[in-house]
Structures are given as structure tokens and as C-alpha cells.
Design a protein around this ligand. Structure first.
Ligand SMILES: Nc1ncnc2c1ncn2[C@@H]1O[C@H](COP(=O)(O)OP(=O)(O)OP(=O)(O)O)[C@@H](O)[C@H]1O
Ligand SMILES: [Mg+2]
Length: 242
């Protein structure tokens, strides 16, 4: 039986404490992501969202606590090893190769997923991002910011992930491009891929997420469905308002 069928969480983190040097940033965060689930991580600037993602992925390993991937403890394992378990990460600073073409960037990332799944290939990614199809022979550094972001997400999909983690994927993009990215995230959700999304666009997150977590000062201070959170203006004002 596959892990998907048994509904073992893709990621299960318990009581993470993460530091940068002497600064204690995460204070006992626990979370789990089920197969196919869309989870949002909200919170004001500097509250620890990126640090949490980095802790899960072994980029900044937690000093205390555990991270299990499909039930297997992998706390602080090499990032390469963690993402081989079907996880793709789109970081705040896009990770494309500037001196390779769009096609080369996509092909380089290609691999089959867990159980040999190959749902996402060049054709499907280009159908999903028609703009990239028009730019196939352009170099990465000749793309607009929006196109670079699409290429980053396209590269992530080429790995056939079970879970896609997006850190501020729409940050700094023009409204029309943002809309396009959100529409792709919706397609990704419908295709059954789980997502963890960090973004400043609360409205877009509430439309997509099955569950929302709010982080404040390195702690999870709220958890709820989109309907619950949308109906709670006090939580908005306390943790999300500017
Ligand atoms: N490399 C680092 N060294 C030291 N402190 C850091 C480092 N990266 C982040 N921090 C600090 O850790 C805290 C959490 O930062 P983090 O980037 O996780 O927040 P965030 O919620 O992702 O914020 P943003 O919304 O601005 O992306 C902040 O106080 C930040 O200044
Ligand atoms: Mg961040």
C-alpha cells in the first residue's frame, strides 16, 4: 500500500525549537501536513514563517524537536534527502539558473515522483504556464520577475512532488501575474498535490486553504479552517492586521 493510501502525514513536526546563533526563533512549533491538504502559514513579518519552512527542510535544523517525513524521523537530515521524499520547495529568492534557457531549467529539474509517478512533464508544465511556452529558448536572466517565478514553480512541478512548499511566491509581482500564480496554485491543489503556502495575500489564502496556521513570535497562536478564520475579525486584527 502506498503512503498516500494509508494517510500517513507527509510531514509531522513536533515541538520544534530553532535558533540562529543565540537567537531563539521557534518556540515549540508542531504541525502536520496530510496528503492532498492545502495549509496556509500566516503571520506578520519576522514571526518565523520562513524559519519554520527551513527547519522542516533541514536548511536550518531545529535544535530540539522532531521532523518526520511519511512517518520516518528525518530531523535535520540533508535537504537533498528530505526533498527526495516527494517535497518541492519554492524559496523566497527564486532558484533558477540565469544562464540556462527556460527549457533547460525545466528539463534539469525533471524526475519521477514517489512510486515512479510522472504526471508532471514538460508538456503539462507548459500547458499550465503558457507564458513559459512562449519563452522556451530565453535565458533565465532575460525573464521578467513574474516569468522567473512561474519558472521556479514549473521547476518544482517537474519533480512530481507530493507536497509543494511556497514561500511568498507572489511577493513583488504585478497584480495580473499574481492572479496567474494563484490560478496555478488552484490547479496544483485540484491535481491532489499537498501545499504549504506562506503569503501576504490573506484573501487568496482563505480561498484556497483547508487549514490555516498563524505564527506569532515563533509560536502557533491560531489554527482554523478558512471559514472559521474569515469569521474572526479579532484574530485578524491581533495577528494579521498592519
Ligand atoms: N539568518 C538569520 N540570522 C539571524 N536571524 C535571522 C536570520 N534569518 C531570520 N532571522 C530572524 O528570525 C526571525 C524570524 O525570521 P523569518 O524570516 O523566519 O520570518 P518570516 O515570518 O518569514 O518573515 P517575513 O514575512 O518577513 O518573510 C526574525 O526576527 C529575523 O530577523
Ligand atoms: Mg519569510
Amino acid at each position: 500500500m502506498t503512503a498516500q493510501a494509508t494517510k500517513v502525514p507527509i510531514i509531522e513536526a513536533e515541538q520544534l525549537h530553532t535558533y540562529y546563533g543565540a537567537s531563539h526563533i521557534l518556540h515549540g512549533i508542531s504541525l502536520s501536513v496530510a496528503p492532498g491538504e492545502t495549509l496556509s502559514l500566516m503571520g506578520r513579518n519576522g514571526m518565523g514563517k520562513t524559519t519554520l519552512l527551513r527547519s522542516l527542510l533541514g536548511l536550518t535544523p531545529p535544535r530540539r524537536g522532531t521532523v518526520k517525513i511519511y512517518g520516518r524521523e528525518m530531523t535535520g537530515a540533508a535537504t537533498q534527502k528530505i526533498i527526495r521524499q516527494g517535497i518541492a520547495f519554492v524559496p523566497e529568492d527564486r532558484g533558477i539558473f540565469p544562464n540556462l534557457t527556460v527549457r533547460e531549467n525545466l528539463i534539469m529539474a525533471a524526475r519521477s515522483g514517489l512510486d515512479g509517478r510522472k504526471d508532471w512533464d514538460l508538456t503539462r508544465v507548459l500547458e499550465t504556464f503558457p507564458r513559459l511556452a512562449q519563452r522556451l529558448s530565453h535565458m533565465g536572466n532575460h525573464l521578467s520577475g513574474g516569468e522567473q517565478q512561474m519558472l521556479t514553480v514549473g521547476r518544482a512541478l517537474m519533480t512530481n512532488p507530493e507536497l509543494l512548499i511556497l514561500d511568498e511566491a507572489t511577493e513583488g509581482l504585478a497584480p495580473l501575474i499574481r492572479k496567474e500564480i494563484w490560478s496555478v496554485v488552484r490547479t496544483i491543489k485540484q491535481s491532489g498535490i499537498a501545499t504549504v503556502i506562506v503569503d501576504k495575500d490573506i484573501k487568496a489564502l482563505l480561498e484556497l486553504a483547508d487549514r490555516n496556521l498563524i505564527i506569532s513570535k515563533g509560536r502557533i497562536v491560531y489554527q482554523g479552517s478558512s471559514a472559521e478564520l474569515a469569521a474572526d475579525p479579532e484574530i485578524h486584527a491581533r495577528y494579521l492586521g498592519v
